[in-house]
Design a protein. Structure first.
Length: 65
């Protein structure tokens, strides 16, 4: 349910801002995730991943990550 809401908000924001994918625009993103891994030797291990990403549109509709 939350994924659908976030996807709808993303689509809506792109429709409201026609200049979103124009040359020289800059973007910044944050990702947070996690999971667990079970092995015979080490048992269950849990982990958290935090990521930061940036992008820059070198020409209209083409981003350099």
């Amino acid at each position: 349910m939350i994924k659908r809401i976030l996807f709808a908000l993303l689509l809506l924001s792109s429709l409201l801002n026609a200049e979103l994918f124009k040359k020289t625009n800059f973007g910044l993103g944050v990702t947070l995730g996690g999971g667990s891994l079970s092995t015979i030797e080490n048992g269950t291990q849990t982990y958290t991943i935090l990521g930061i990403s940036t992008d820059y549109f070198v020409i209209d509709n083409l981003v350099l990550l």
